[in-house]
Write a protein that binds this ligand. Structure first.
Ligand code: HSE
Length: 399
């Protein structure tokens, strides 16, 4: 029998305990051994809850418990999650976490600590919630050079953009509605400004290339500037606006960014709507592979965490090496990245052509502005051209 402890009895932590109980028989068969939750760390007590007798308030009780071989970190936040995870690994316990902030910030260090103590540090739930993407990237796609990762990595923003597209509503009213329905946080900044997707693409890209991509180095643009007019233009172009976390091999460097993009129906992720997430990975041998599912939610996320628990139960005292060194990944400077741009300006076709050269006008019936799509130009060239006109908004056009 393997005993585990859960740090944090919130949405995901309680989901982990529920899955461990409801699917106990199946999990035992698949792990080859019974796995039992022994203790749950939380500041609160939970009288009447199935875990009421397992609650502990002091992490030291878990760290020093020799019987506990696996620690599940579902507290969130950087501190004290980092200190607890580090101490658990140093005590030879394996850790699995759903905490993307922790993984993006301390991934290579915690993997190294795990390796030094013949333990494991797994984080399937940190990206894409219930979607298996970390393990496929590390294991199934191991033979391939990863050429590109394109992910709809945030359910809140995908829901907002989908509602704006389907209902023709503006950003603020859709956000308010999403908050009322519980699809968006009271403080939605991390989602709508792209910070959440940024940490997720930082993790995926670091794993894909085996080197550290600091999330602070990723160009990140949220969806707060997307208006209902942008959506109307997108419709005229037969396109949808989606926010992507993406990275791509360009020569010996990697281009990474988080930004809204226009995609047409020929794009594999065109039909990923609502709160769903999806990730497209291009390998140099396997070609395109796609992962789709619930990027958040109690049971979906907890399912990914429990998959790590089972993996760790099968590898007690055996480190499963993960290639993610602290060495920095070399990024392509953003101004060298090329794409087409959809642009709206205060001005006319002549002004647009003077600034951007060859363009294709887009008419959505607004007389007080001029909109167009550029040919493929670099970000540097776009910036230079944009300085000579009054830009209302621009969105990168993927295809
Ligand atoms: N706020 C995130 C989302 C939750 O909307 O996708 C999962 O990380």
């Amino acid at each position: 029998m393997i005993k585990i402890s859960v740090l944090g009895y919130g949405t995901v932590g309680s989901g982990v305990v529920e899955i461990m109980r409801e699917n106990a028989e199946l999990i035992t068969k698949r792990a080859g051994e019974e796995i039992q939750v022994k203790s749950v760390l939380d500041l609160r007590d939970f009288p009447g809850d199935p875990v009421q007798d397992m609650i502990v308030h002091d992490f030291e009780q878990i760290r020093s418990d020799e019987e506990v071989k696996i620690v599940v970190e579902t507290m969130g936040g950087l501190h004290p999650a980092y200190e607890f995870v580090k101490a658990a690994l140093e005590s030879g316990k394996s850790v699995c976490t759903s905490n993307k902030a922790l993984v993006a910030e301390y991934g290579p260090e915690l993997l190294q600590t795990a390796q030094e103590h013949n333990a494991n540090f797994l984080f399937e739930a940190s990206v894409g919630g219930g979607i298996p993407i970390i393990r496929p990237l590390k294991i199934s796609l191991a033979p391939d050079e990863i050429l590109e990762i394109s992910g709809i990595l945030n359910g809140t923003t995908n829901y907002i953009l989908t509602e704006m597209t389907e209902k023709g509503s503006d950003f603020d009213s859709v956000l308010k509605d999403a908050q009322d329905k519980g699809y968006a946080e009271k403080d939605p900044t991390a989602d709508v400004e792209g910070h959440d997707a940024c940490r997720k693409i930082a993790i995926l890209t670091s794993l894909a290339y085996g080197k550290q991509l600091d999330f602070e180095d990723i160009y990140t643009e949220g969806i707060t500037k997307i208006t209902d007019r942008d959506i109307q233009y997108a419709k005229k172009l037969g396109a949808k606006v989606k926010i992507f976390g993406s990275s791509k091999k360009v020569g010996d460097k990697v281009l990474a960014m988080v930004a809204p993009k226009l995609i047409t129906s020929s794009h594999p992720l065109y039909s990923v709507d609502g709160v769903f997430n999806a990730i497209l990975v291009k390998g140099n041998m396997v070609g395109d592979v796609m992962f789709y599912g619930q990027g958040a939610g109690k049971h979906a996320t907890a399912s990914a965490v429990v998959s790590d628990v089972i993996d760790e139960a099968k590898h007690v005292n055996i480190n499963m090496k993960t290639l993610w060194s602290p060495e920095k990944l070399e990024l392509l400077p953003l101004d060298q990245a090329a794409s087409r741009f959809f642009v709206r300006i205060k001005g006319d076709q002549q002004a647009a052509e003077q600034a951007f050269g060859e363009i294709t006008p887009v008419d959505a019936g607004y007389d007080d502005e001029f909109a167009f799509v550029t040919s493929e130009i670099t970000e540097g060239k776009y910036q230079e051209a944009a300085e000579s006109v009054e830009v209302i908004n621009k969105i990168r056009f993927d295809q």
